[in-house]
Design a protein around this ligand. Structure first.
Ligand SMILES: [Zn+2]
Length: 459
Protein backbone atom coordinates (compact mmCIF):
# COMPACT_ATOMS: atom_id res chain seq x y z
CA UNK A 1 0.00 0.00 0.00
CA UNK A 2 2.34 2.69 -1.14
CA UNK A 3 1.53 5.82 0.82
CA UNK A 4 5.29 6.18 0.87
CA UNK A 5 8.16 3.64 0.97
CA UNK A 6 7.86 3.42 4.74
CA UNK A 7 5.09 4.70 6.93
CA UNK A 8 3.89 4.32 10.48
CA UNK A 9 0.21 4.25 11.42
CA UNK A 10 0.05 5.80 14.87
CA UNK A 11 -2.64 6.09 17.48
CA UNK A 12 -2.42 7.39 21.04
CA UNK A 13 -4.93 7.36 23.90
CA UNK A 14 -4.53 10.29 26.27
CA UNK A 15 -5.82 11.79 29.51
CA UNK A 16 -7.23 14.79 27.59
CA UNK A 17 -6.89 17.03 24.56
CA UNK A 18 -3.88 19.22 25.31
CA UNK A 19 -0.38 17.89 24.52
CA UNK A 20 0.99 20.40 27.04
CA UNK A 21 -1.32 19.58 29.94
CA UNK A 22 -2.36 15.98 29.32
CA UNK A 23 -0.45 12.73 28.98
CA UNK A 24 -0.37 9.66 26.75
CA UNK A 25 -1.71 6.49 28.41
CA UNK A 26 -1.37 4.13 25.46
CA UNK A 27 0.49 4.21 22.16
CA UNK A 28 0.38 1.94 19.11
CA UNK A 29 2.46 1.99 15.94
CA UNK A 30 1.96 -0.22 12.89
CA UNK A 31 5.09 0.19 10.83
CA UNK A 32 4.49 -0.67 7.18
CA UNK A 33 7.40 -1.35 4.84
CA UNK A 34 7.83 -2.77 1.40
CA UNK A 35 9.48 -6.21 1.47
CA UNK A 36 9.92 -7.64 -2.00
CA UNK A 37 6.53 -7.40 -3.69
CA UNK A 38 4.48 -7.12 -0.55
CA UNK A 39 3.89 -4.69 2.25
CA UNK A 40 4.85 -5.91 5.65
CA UNK A 41 2.99 -4.50 8.64
CA UNK A 42 4.59 -4.81 12.10
CA UNK A 43 2.42 -3.78 15.02
CA UNK A 44 3.83 -2.53 18.32
CA UNK A 45 2.02 -1.10 21.28
CA UNK A 46 2.28 -0.34 24.95
CA UNK A 47 0.27 0.95 27.86
CA UNK A 48 1.94 3.84 29.68
CA UNK A 49 1.83 4.93 33.28
CA UNK A 50 1.03 8.62 32.84
CA UNK A 51 1.97 9.61 36.39
CA UNK A 52 -1.26 11.60 36.65
CA UNK A 53 -4.86 10.55 37.35
CA UNK A 54 -6.84 9.20 34.39
CA UNK A 55 -10.24 10.93 34.14
CA UNK A 56 -13.20 8.58 34.58
CA UNK A 57 -14.67 9.56 31.20
CA UNK A 58 -11.43 8.51 29.49
CA UNK A 59 -11.43 5.18 31.31
CA UNK A 60 -15.05 4.59 30.28
CA UNK A 61 -14.28 5.41 26.62
CA UNK A 62 -11.03 3.47 26.28
CA UNK A 63 -11.27 0.82 28.96
CA UNK A 64 -7.81 1.97 30.13
CA UNK A 65 -7.93 2.43 33.87
CA UNK A 66 -5.35 3.54 36.41
CA UNK A 67 -5.17 -0.04 37.65
CA UNK A 68 -4.26 -1.34 34.18
CA UNK A 69 -1.58 1.30 33.75
CA UNK A 70 -0.11 0.72 37.19
CA UNK A 71 2.51 -1.81 36.06
CA UNK A 72 3.18 -0.15 32.69
CA UNK A 73 6.37 1.79 31.95
CA UNK A 74 6.46 5.58 32.15
CA UNK A 75 6.87 7.36 28.82
CA UNK A 76 10.62 8.09 29.06
CA UNK A 77 11.31 4.35 29.41
CA UNK A 78 9.54 3.77 26.07
CA UNK A 79 10.95 6.74 24.20
CA UNK A 80 13.89 4.95 22.58
CA UNK A 81 11.73 2.08 21.31
CA UNK A 82 9.06 4.48 20.03
CA UNK A 83 11.71 6.48 18.15
CA UNK A 84 12.94 3.21 16.57
CA UNK A 85 9.40 2.42 15.45
CA UNK A 86 8.96 5.85 13.88
CA UNK A 87 12.43 6.29 12.43
CA UNK A 88 12.46 7.36 8.81
CA UNK A 89 8.74 6.74 8.40
CA UNK A 90 5.93 9.07 7.39
CA UNK A 91 3.76 9.58 10.48
CA UNK A 92 0.21 8.57 9.51
CA UNK A 93 -2.75 9.11 11.83
CA UNK A 94 -6.39 10.06 11.85
CA UNK A 95 -6.39 13.76 12.84
CA UNK A 96 -2.62 13.48 12.59
CA UNK A 97 -2.02 16.79 14.30
CA UNK A 98 -3.45 15.39 17.54
CA UNK A 99 -1.36 12.21 17.69
CA UNK A 100 1.74 13.91 16.31
CA UNK A 101 1.37 16.75 18.82
CA UNK A 102 1.18 14.31 21.76
CA UNK A 103 4.06 12.13 20.56
CA UNK A 104 6.23 15.19 20.00
CA UNK A 105 5.38 16.72 23.36
CA UNK A 106 6.00 13.48 25.29
CA UNK A 107 9.28 12.88 23.46
CA UNK A 108 10.34 16.47 24.13
CA UNK A 109 9.63 16.02 27.85
CA UNK A 110 11.75 12.85 27.71
CA UNK A 111 14.57 14.88 26.17
CA UNK A 112 14.21 13.85 22.50
CA UNK A 113 13.71 16.30 19.65
CA UNK A 114 11.42 14.59 17.17
CA UNK A 115 9.98 15.65 13.87
CA UNK A 116 8.52 13.70 10.97
CA UNK A 117 6.53 14.27 7.86
CA UNK A 118 2.89 13.65 8.72
CA UNK A 119 -0.03 12.39 6.71
CA UNK A 120 -3.55 12.85 8.01
CA UNK A 121 -6.04 10.18 6.96
CA UNK A 122 -8.93 12.64 7.38
CA UNK A 123 -7.35 14.84 4.71
CA UNK A 124 -6.48 11.78 2.63
CA UNK A 125 -10.09 10.59 2.72
CA UNK A 126 -11.39 14.09 1.91
CA UNK A 127 -9.10 14.28 -1.08
CA UNK A 128 -10.13 10.86 -2.41
CA UNK A 129 -13.82 11.12 -1.59
CA UNK A 130 -14.70 14.81 -1.72
CA UNK A 131 -18.41 14.11 -2.11
CA UNK A 132 -18.62 12.29 1.26
CA UNK A 133 -19.43 14.37 4.32
CA UNK A 134 -18.45 12.04 7.14
CA UNK A 135 -14.71 11.56 7.51
CA UNK A 136 -14.70 10.50 11.16
CA UNK A 137 -13.05 7.15 11.79
CA UNK A 138 -16.41 5.55 12.67
CA UNK A 139 -18.03 7.06 9.58
CA UNK A 140 -15.23 5.82 7.35
CA UNK A 141 -15.25 2.32 8.83
CA UNK A 142 -19.01 2.09 8.23
CA UNK A 143 -18.74 3.45 4.70
CA UNK A 144 -16.06 0.93 3.79
CA UNK A 145 -17.83 -1.97 5.50
CA UNK A 146 -15.07 -2.47 8.07
CA UNK A 147 -15.41 -3.51 11.69
CA UNK A 148 -13.02 -2.54 14.44
CA UNK A 149 -13.17 -4.93 17.36
CA UNK A 150 -11.07 -2.81 19.69
CA UNK A 151 -12.18 0.69 18.86
CA UNK A 152 -10.77 3.39 21.23
CA UNK A 153 -7.80 1.30 22.17
CA UNK A 154 -4.57 2.43 20.57
CA UNK A 155 -3.76 -0.80 18.75
CA UNK A 156 -7.40 -1.39 17.78
CA UNK A 157 -7.59 2.07 16.21
CA UNK A 158 -4.22 1.70 14.47
CA UNK A 159 -5.39 -1.62 12.99
CA UNK A 160 -8.65 0.01 11.87
CA UNK A 161 -6.57 2.69 10.17
CA UNK A 162 -4.48 0.06 8.36
CA UNK A 163 -7.67 -1.67 7.19
CA UNK A 164 -8.98 1.68 6.04
CA UNK A 165 -5.86 2.52 4.02
CA UNK A 166 -6.08 -0.88 2.30
CA UNK A 167 -9.79 -0.35 1.58
CA UNK A 168 -9.07 3.07 0.07
CA UNK A 169 -6.42 1.50 -2.16
CA UNK A 170 -8.82 -1.27 -3.23
CA UNK A 171 -11.56 1.23 -4.05
CA UNK A 172 -9.55 3.98 -5.73
CA UNK A 173 -6.48 2.12 -6.93
CA UNK A 174 -2.96 2.32 -5.59
CA UNK A 175 -1.96 5.00 -8.04
CA UNK A 176 -4.70 7.38 -6.93
CA UNK A 177 -3.84 6.72 -3.30
CA UNK A 178 -0.15 7.37 -3.89
CA UNK A 179 -0.89 10.59 -5.76
CA UNK A 180 -3.22 11.83 -3.03
CA UNK A 181 -0.65 11.00 -0.35
CA UNK A 182 2.18 12.73 -2.18
CA UNK A 183 0.00 15.79 -2.70
CA UNK A 184 -0.62 16.00 1.04
CA UNK A 185 3.01 15.34 1.84
CA UNK A 186 4.35 17.95 -0.45
CA UNK A 187 5.82 20.91 1.35
CA UNK A 188 7.22 22.68 -1.65
CA UNK A 189 10.81 23.54 -0.97
CA UNK A 190 10.45 23.64 2.83
CA UNK A 191 14.14 23.53 3.72
CA UNK A 192 15.40 20.29 5.20
CA UNK A 193 16.63 22.05 8.35
CA UNK A 194 13.09 23.09 9.25
CA UNK A 195 10.63 20.63 10.77
CA UNK A 196 7.82 19.70 8.37
CA UNK A 197 5.35 21.51 10.64
CA UNK A 198 7.41 24.69 10.93
CA UNK A 199 4.72 26.82 9.32
CA UNK A 200 1.74 25.31 11.14
CA UNK A 201 2.20 27.41 14.27
CA UNK A 202 2.77 30.67 12.40
CA UNK A 203 -0.30 32.91 12.74
CA UNK A 204 -2.30 34.05 9.74
CA UNK A 205 -2.44 37.71 10.81
CA UNK A 206 -0.07 40.68 10.51
CA UNK A 207 3.34 40.76 12.13
CA UNK A 208 7.09 40.53 11.78
CA UNK A 209 9.24 37.46 11.19
CA UNK A 210 12.92 36.58 11.35
CA UNK A 211 14.64 33.74 9.52
CA UNK A 212 17.59 32.42 11.52
CA UNK A 213 20.60 30.36 10.48
CA UNK A 214 22.30 27.31 11.99
CA UNK A 215 23.86 29.25 14.87
CA UNK A 216 20.74 31.36 15.40
CA UNK A 217 22.25 34.25 13.46
CA UNK A 218 19.67 36.53 11.85
CA UNK A 219 19.47 36.08 8.09
CA UNK A 220 16.41 38.06 7.15
CA UNK A 221 13.70 40.15 8.80
CA UNK A 222 10.43 40.93 7.06
CA UNK A 223 6.84 41.89 7.75
CA UNK A 224 3.49 40.88 6.34
CA UNK A 225 -0.23 41.30 6.77
CA UNK A 226 -0.39 37.48 6.64
CA UNK A 227 2.65 35.95 8.34
CA UNK A 228 2.10 32.30 7.41
CA UNK A 229 1.43 32.96 3.74
CA UNK A 230 4.43 35.27 3.49
CA UNK A 231 6.77 32.76 5.12
CA UNK A 232 5.43 29.94 2.93
CA UNK A 233 6.20 32.07 -0.11
CA UNK A 234 9.85 32.26 1.00
CA UNK A 235 10.03 28.48 0.73
CA UNK A 236 8.13 28.00 -2.50
CA UNK A 237 10.21 30.37 -4.57
CA UNK A 238 11.61 29.32 -7.88
CA UNK A 239 14.87 27.48 -7.06
CA UNK A 240 16.55 29.27 -9.94
CA UNK A 241 16.17 32.58 -8.10
CA UNK A 242 19.46 32.10 -6.43
CA UNK A 243 19.40 34.57 -3.57
CA UNK A 244 15.92 33.55 -2.44
CA UNK A 245 16.83 29.87 -2.70
CA UNK A 246 20.01 30.41 -0.69
CA UNK A 247 18.12 32.24 2.05
CA UNK A 248 15.56 29.40 2.26
CA UNK A 249 18.26 26.74 2.37
CA UNK A 250 20.21 28.53 5.12
CA UNK A 251 17.14 28.89 7.36
CA UNK A 252 17.18 26.65 10.44
CA UNK A 253 14.66 28.40 12.63
CA UNK A 254 11.81 30.88 12.36
CA UNK A 255 10.80 33.53 14.82
CA UNK A 256 7.81 35.82 14.58
CA UNK A 257 5.72 38.28 16.52
CA UNK A 258 2.10 39.03 15.79
CA UNK A 259 1.14 42.72 15.69
CA UNK A 260 -2.26 44.40 15.74
CA UNK A 261 -1.86 45.64 12.19
CA UNK A 262 0.26 47.09 9.43
CA UNK A 263 1.62 50.05 11.41
CA UNK A 264 2.79 47.88 14.29
CA UNK A 265 4.42 45.51 11.79
CA UNK A 266 6.31 48.35 10.08
CA UNK A 267 7.52 49.82 13.38
CA UNK A 268 8.63 46.44 14.73
CA UNK A 269 10.27 45.45 11.45
CA UNK A 270 12.44 48.58 11.54
CA UNK A 271 13.36 47.84 15.17
CA UNK A 272 14.30 44.21 14.45
CA UNK A 273 16.40 45.18 11.45
CA UNK A 274 18.16 47.88 13.48
CA UNK A 275 18.80 45.57 16.43
CA UNK A 276 19.70 42.38 14.55
CA UNK A 277 21.34 43.62 11.36
CA UNK A 278 20.21 40.55 9.34
CA UNK A 279 22.68 39.62 6.62
CA UNK A 280 20.12 39.38 3.79
CA UNK A 281 18.43 42.77 4.44
CA UNK A 282 21.18 44.48 2.49
CA UNK A 283 19.19 47.54 1.49
CA UNK A 284 17.77 48.23 4.95
CA UNK A 285 20.80 47.66 7.13
CA UNK A 286 22.20 50.49 9.15
CA UNK A 287 23.31 53.36 7.01
CA UNK A 288 23.11 56.66 8.83
CA UNK A 289 20.80 59.20 7.31
CA UNK A 290 22.39 62.56 6.54
CA UNK A 291 20.93 66.02 7.02
CA UNK A 292 21.88 69.44 5.72
CA UNK A 293 21.85 72.75 7.57
CA UNK A 294 21.86 75.75 5.24
CA UNK A 295 23.75 78.79 6.53
CA UNK A 296 21.79 81.95 7.22
CA UNK A 297 24.64 84.10 6.01
CA UNK A 298 27.69 81.91 6.25
CA UNK A 299 29.55 80.40 3.41
CA UNK A 300 28.94 76.65 3.45
CA UNK A 301 26.15 74.16 3.94
CA UNK A 302 26.73 71.86 6.91
CA UNK A 303 26.39 68.11 6.39
CA UNK A 304 25.30 66.30 9.57
CA UNK A 305 25.17 62.57 10.28
CA UNK A 306 21.82 61.48 11.72
CA UNK A 307 23.22 59.56 14.70
CA UNK A 308 24.89 62.72 15.98
CA UNK A 309 21.64 64.66 16.20
CA UNK A 310 19.54 64.71 19.36
CA UNK A 311 15.79 64.06 19.00
CA UNK A 312 14.20 67.25 17.70
CA UNK A 313 17.44 68.66 16.33
CA UNK A 314 16.51 67.62 12.79
CA UNK A 315 13.62 70.07 12.81
CA UNK A 316 14.25 72.74 10.16
CA UNK A 317 17.12 70.79 8.58
CA UNK A 318 16.89 69.18 5.15
CA UNK A 319 16.88 65.40 4.78
CA UNK A 320 17.05 62.55 5.45
CA UNK A 321 19.45 61.62 2.68
CA UNK A 322 20.94 58.16 2.22
CA UNK A 323 24.56 59.36 2.32
CA UNK A 324 26.67 62.52 2.36
CA UNK A 325 27.21 62.42 -1.44
CA UNK A 326 23.46 61.90 -1.93
CA UNK A 327 22.78 64.98 0.22
CA UNK A 328 25.23 67.06 -1.77
CA UNK A 329 23.74 65.76 -5.03
CA UNK A 330 20.25 66.85 -3.91
CA UNK A 331 21.57 70.37 -3.21
CA UNK A 332 23.26 70.60 -6.61
CA UNK A 333 20.13 69.31 -8.33
CA UNK A 334 17.84 71.82 -6.56
CA UNK A 335 20.27 74.71 -7.21
CA UNK A 336 20.57 73.84 -10.89
CA UNK A 337 16.81 73.54 -11.25
CA UNK A 338 16.42 77.08 -9.89
CA UNK A 339 19.30 78.69 -11.83
CA UNK A 340 21.26 79.28 -8.62
CA UNK A 341 25.01 79.69 -8.60
CA UNK A 342 26.93 76.69 -7.30
CA UNK A 343 30.00 78.87 -6.83
CA UNK A 344 28.20 81.37 -4.62
CA UNK A 345 26.68 78.44 -2.69
CA UNK A 346 30.21 77.06 -2.19
CA UNK A 347 29.23 73.81 -3.86
CA UNK A 348 31.77 74.42 -6.59
CA UNK A 349 35.14 76.21 -6.85
CA UNK A 350 35.86 79.03 -9.23
CA UNK A 351 38.57 81.54 -9.81
CA UNK A 352 37.50 84.77 -8.11
CA UNK A 353 35.98 87.39 -10.36
CA UNK A 354 35.24 84.87 -13.11
CA UNK A 355 31.75 83.66 -14.04
CA UNK A 356 31.16 80.11 -12.77
CA UNK A 357 31.34 77.11 -15.06
CA UNK A 358 27.57 76.82 -15.35
CA UNK A 359 27.26 80.51 -16.10
CA UNK A 360 29.33 79.80 -19.19
CA UNK A 361 26.82 77.07 -20.13
CA UNK A 362 23.93 79.44 -19.50
CA UNK A 363 22.62 77.44 -16.51
CA UNK A 364 23.44 79.95 -13.73
CA UNK A 365 21.28 83.07 -13.54
CA UNK A 366 24.46 85.04 -12.74
CA UNK A 367 24.77 85.54 -9.00
CA UNK A 368 28.51 85.05 -9.47
CA UNK A 369 28.77 88.04 -11.78
CA UNK A 370 26.31 90.32 -10.00
CA UNK A 371 23.51 89.69 -12.48
CA UNK A 372 21.22 88.69 -9.57
CA UNK A 373 21.81 89.54 -5.89
CA UNK A 374 24.10 86.93 -4.28
CA UNK A 375 22.56 87.44 -0.83
CA UNK A 376 19.31 85.63 -1.69
CA UNK A 377 20.91 82.42 -3.03
CA UNK A 378 20.66 80.49 0.24
CA UNK A 379 17.07 81.54 0.74
CA UNK A 380 16.25 80.46 -2.82
CA UNK A 381 17.99 77.12 -2.28
CA UNK A 382 15.94 76.55 0.88
CA UNK A 383 12.79 77.14 -1.14
CA UNK A 384 13.94 74.78 -3.88
CA UNK A 385 14.56 72.11 -1.21
CA UNK A 386 11.22 72.67 0.56
CA UNK A 387 10.09 69.04 0.16
CA UNK A 388 13.20 67.94 2.12
CA UNK A 389 12.67 70.27 5.09
CA UNK A 390 12.00 68.35 8.31
CA UNK A 391 8.89 69.92 9.86
CA UNK A 392 8.55 70.45 13.61
CA UNK A 393 7.09 67.54 15.53
CA UNK A 394 3.33 68.26 15.36
CA UNK A 395 2.68 68.01 19.11
CA UNK A 396 4.12 69.33 22.33
CA UNK A 397 5.08 65.81 23.44
CA UNK A 398 4.80 62.16 22.44
CA UNK A 399 1.88 61.03 20.30
CA UNK A 400 0.16 57.69 20.99
CA UNK A 401 -1.56 55.95 18.09
CA UNK A 402 -4.02 53.17 18.82
CA UNK A 403 -4.18 50.35 16.28
CA UNK A 404 -7.04 47.87 16.43
CA UNK A 405 -6.71 44.23 15.48
CA UNK A 406 -9.75 42.73 13.70
CA UNK A 407 -9.42 39.89 16.23
CA UNK A 408 -10.50 42.32 18.95
CA UNK A 409 -7.20 43.28 20.58
CA UNK A 410 -5.31 46.54 20.16
CA UNK A 411 -1.80 47.96 20.30
CA UNK A 412 -0.62 51.41 21.32
CA UNK A 413 2.35 52.94 19.49
CA UNK A 414 4.25 55.78 21.15
CA UNK A 415 5.97 58.19 18.75
CA UNK A 416 8.05 61.29 19.35
CA UNK A 417 10.28 63.51 17.20
CA UNK A 418 9.54 61.34 14.15
CA UNK A 419 10.81 58.30 16.03
CA UNK A 420 9.24 55.15 17.44
CA UNK A 421 9.63 55.12 21.23
CA UNK A 422 7.87 51.76 21.73
CA UNK A 423 4.63 49.80 21.43
CA UNK A 424 2.48 48.08 24.04
CA UNK A 425 -0.57 45.86 24.19
CA UNK A 426 -1.82 47.79 27.18
CA UNK A 427 -2.68 51.52 27.32
CA UNK A 428 -1.11 51.91 30.77
CA UNK A 429 2.19 50.44 29.61
CA UNK A 430 2.01 52.77 26.62
CA UNK A 431 1.52 55.70 29.00
CA UNK A 432 4.69 54.65 30.78
CA UNK A 433 6.54 54.66 27.46
CA UNK A 434 5.51 58.31 27.02
CA UNK A 435 7.96 59.34 29.74
CA UNK A 436 10.89 57.89 27.79
CA UNK A 437 12.90 59.93 25.36
CA UNK A 438 13.42 58.29 21.96
CA UNK A 439 16.77 56.50 22.11
CA UNK A 440 17.48 55.85 18.45
CA UNK A 441 18.53 58.07 15.55
CA UNK A 442 15.79 58.97 13.13
CA UNK A 443 14.88 56.04 10.83
CA UNK A 444 14.13 57.39 7.33
CA UNK A 445 11.46 54.74 6.62
CA UNK A 446 9.57 55.49 9.83
CA UNK A 447 10.00 59.24 9.31
CA UNK A 448 8.31 59.03 5.89
CA UNK A 449 5.57 56.79 7.26
CA UNK A 450 4.84 59.24 10.09
CA UNK A 451 4.90 62.22 7.74
CA UNK A 452 2.01 60.54 5.89
CA UNK A 453 0.17 59.44 9.02
CA UNK A 454 0.34 62.50 11.23
CA UNK A 455 -1.36 65.81 10.40
CA UNK A 456 0.83 68.78 9.67
CA UNK A 457 1.95 71.01 12.53
CA UNK A 458 -1.16 72.61 14.03
CA UNK A 459 0.85 75.37 15.75
ZN1 LIG B 1 27.35 81.28 -11.24
Amino acid sequence: MPLSPCFALVDVETTGLSPQHHRVIEVAVIRVQRVGDTWQASPWHSLIDPGVPIPAAISRLTGVTAARCAGAPAFPALAAELLRQLEGAVFVAHQARFDYGFVRAELARAGHAFSARTLCTVRLSRLLEPQAEDHTLDGLLARHGLTAPERHRALGDARALWDLVQALAARHGERALRLAASRLLRHPGLPSHLPAQALDEVPAGPGVYAMLGARGQPLYVGRSSHLRRRLASHFSTDPTRERAARLAAETHRLEWRRTAGELGARLLEAQWIRERQPSHNIAQRRVWPWFVRLPAEGRRAEFLRGDRLAPGEECGLFGPFGSRPAAREALVEAATRSGLCLAVLALERRASGEPCFRRQLGRCAGACVGQVPAGTQWQALAEALAEWRVPPWPASGPVTLREDDPAGTAQWHVLWHWRHVGSADDPQVAEGLCSLAPAEPLDPGIYRLLRRLLPADPR
